[in-house]
Design a protein around this ligand. Structure first.
Ligand code: PEP
Ligand code: MG
Length: 573
């Protein structure tokens, strides 16, 4: 049966393929529909798994080693009781018969329902039994996964669409090497780091679908419309045909844009606009070069620190920065110091935070761990000898932080001098404006810095108090909110007045619907994922800045959302 799910379009274009369900937890249950004739065998598989776990418990109970804690016997008895309870041994089978689904899925559904009931129990002792139920259910699930049933039929050569409840930024880095046609997730906001990485994969993707992972089954045919943020499951022939046509048109459009690669990036009235690339890993530089980026406007260095148990050494970091600087052949490379924390996590990072977005992240973490910062600063300074490297400080909020950073940079230089290690003496140092406090105090920051870079992803998050990773408030995340526009405009004005270059490196810079507005507000340097460079350049080439200035000013004053939209329509007309 065809059905449609609505979320947030993260990366444009259309993907058509078979669903592949993704689980973080390898114990998570696969989900598929059985052929009715396989149902009895599936029920028998479930019974066998229960029996396997029961006999395991029995064996253990009979061979309790001497000296083992006395609670062990009681614990094993409890697990046998749970296993025998119809809630776990019978209800999943009823579910399998009712929905013709596989045993793992029925068990997972029932476990979830049972655990939810326990969550609402007041009694602390009973609530603790929740853990026992989870452990027993996991054992049965493991037994089932050890003896898989009839897998759904899927043709290997068909494109696959990844369907996940959530994907962390570190998962996304690993997916960079995969060959999915597109992907969709239940959680995530438009500028969560997972979404940013999704865009960097340049695959059609939709996030914040809330329950796609539960509704979609392994092997379902799905259409991902990354432009509209829509997912169509099990489409009929007419819908499929329509989307195949749209997919072809989209591909043609992408091809056409490529022709702009060598055109100068300037407006109709001759204003030069710098179009830079954002990268996450050294190998991303290839795409930046291919798309003829004017430089790297944001190297998110934290990805060098993720998906590993230890920290990268100074030499390892230097090597990564060196690769990028060399590949850019004299074009500027802005390396942002470690911006980890919040939704970007790493195995070596043990800090627990009550509210990670407001906690010890980005420069706050670096300042709390000076050796970590000094190692990175030395590596960046050393890379600065090989080309025009700039160092960018993430998430500045107070001037005291900036003073500390500048002192640590001096210390890093002094230590390189002591070691006789050559480094770039004239590296420019910039700060990110991504906290409203920094935007409001931009003047003081600008006086001490060489350049500013507006991180609109976080600026919007912190201005509107909307967690950028939270799908439940993703619809409230509004780059056109008057407060956001005013903070951007104000920062640009400060830059103009004090002669400090200002760029935007958040996702707004790569959204061609906002290019003209940003030009009208005074922006002349945009940094974005390389995949968006040509679409933004196309906008730049068709813009006339002089006429955009009053229109952008009107939008900044518009206030009400419908008036803002009307102003934007005029700007883009
Ligand atoms: C931003 O906040 O806009 C930004 C560019 O940094 P990040 O997305 O990595 O937080
Ligand atoms: Mg940021």
């Amino acid at each position: 049966m065809t059905f449609t799910l609505h979320g947030i379009g993260i990366s444009g274009g259309f993907a058509i393929g078979r669903a592949q369900l993704y689980s973080h937890d390898r114990l998570e249950a696969p989900h598929y529909v059985l052929r009715p004739e396989d149902l009895d065998a599936e029920v028998a598989r479930f019974d066998a798994a229960i029996e396997e776990v029961r006999s395991e418990c029995e064996q253990l109970r009979e061979h309790i080693p001497e000296g083992a804690p006395s609670e062990l016997a009681a614990f094993l008895d409890l697990h046998r009781l749970i296993l025998q309870d119809t809630m776990l041994s019978q209800v999943p089978k009823d579910l399998m018969r009712a929905t013709v689904c596989n045993a793992e899925w029925a068990l997972a559904q029932q476990t979830e329902a049972l655990l939810a009931q326990f969550d609402s129990i007041e009694d602390a002792y009973l609530r603790e039994r929740r853990q026992d139920i989870k452990q027993v259910a996991d054992k049965v699930l493991k037994a089932l996964l050890g003896h898989p049933g009839q897998a759904p039929v899927r043709l290997a050569e068909e494109p696959t669409v990844l369907v996940a409840h959530d994907l962390s930024p570190s998962d996304m880095v690993l997916f960079k090497r995969s060959t999915y046609a597109g992907f969709i997730t239940d959680l995530g906001g438009a500028t969560s780091h997972s979404a940013i990485l999704a865009r960097s994969l340049n695959l059609p993707s939709v996030m914040a679908l809330h329950n796609a992972r539960t509704l979609i089954q392994e092997g379902d045919l799905i259409i991902v419309d990354g432009n509209a943020g829509v997912v169509i499951v099990d489409p009929d022939a007419a819908i499929l045909e329509e989307y195949r046509l749209r997919q072809n048109e989209w591909r043609l459009e992408q091809q056409k844009l490529k022709r702009l690669k060598s055109s100068p990036s300037a407006t109709l009235d001759g204003v030069a606009v710098e179009l830079l690339a954002n990268i996450d890993q050294p190998e991303d530089v290839r795409e930046a070069v291919q798309e003829n980026a004017a430089g790297i406007g944001l190297f998110r260095s934290e990805f060098l620190f993720m998906n590993r148990a230890d920290l990268p050494s100074e030499d390892e970091q230097f090597e990564a920065y060196r690769k990028v600087v060399k590949a850019m052949k004299g074009k500027p490379v802005v390396i942002r110091t470690l911006d980890i924390g919040a939704d970007k996590s790493a195995a070596w990072l043990h800090a627990e935070s009550v509210n990670p977005a407001l906690g010890l992240r980005a420069i706050r973490l670096s300042l709390a761990e000076p050796p970590l910062f000094l190692t990175q600063a030395r590596a960046i300074l050393r890379a600065g000898r090989l080309g025009p490297v700039r160092l960018l400080i993430p998430m500045l909020a107070s001037l005291a932080e900036l003073d500390q950073v500048l002192e640590l940079l001096d210390a890093a230089r002094a230590s390189l001098d002591r070691d006789g290690q050559p480094y770039g003496k004239d590296i420019l140092v910039g700060g990110m404006i991504e906290v409203p406090a920094a935007a409001l105090a931009a003047e003081w920051f600008a006086r001490k810095l060489d350049f500013l870079s507006i991180g609109t992803n976080d600026l919007i998050q912190y201005t509107l108090a909307i967690d950028r990773t939270d799908d439940t408030v993703a619809h409230l995340y509004d780059p056109l909110h008057p407060a956001v526009i005013q903070l951007i405009a104000r920062t640009l004005k400060v830059g103009q007045r004090l002669g400090r270059p200002v760029s935007v490196c958040g996702e707004m810079a790569g959204d061609p619907r906002l290019t003209r507005l940003l030009l009208g507000l005074g922006l002349r340097s945009f940094s974005m994922h390389p995949a968006h460079l040509m679409a933004v350049k196309q906008q730049v080439m068709h813009s006339h800045v002089t006429s955009l200035v009053p229109l952008a000013a009107r939008l900044a004053r518009a206030g009400r959302p419908e008036r803002v939209q009307a102003c934007l329509a005029r700007i883009n007309a």
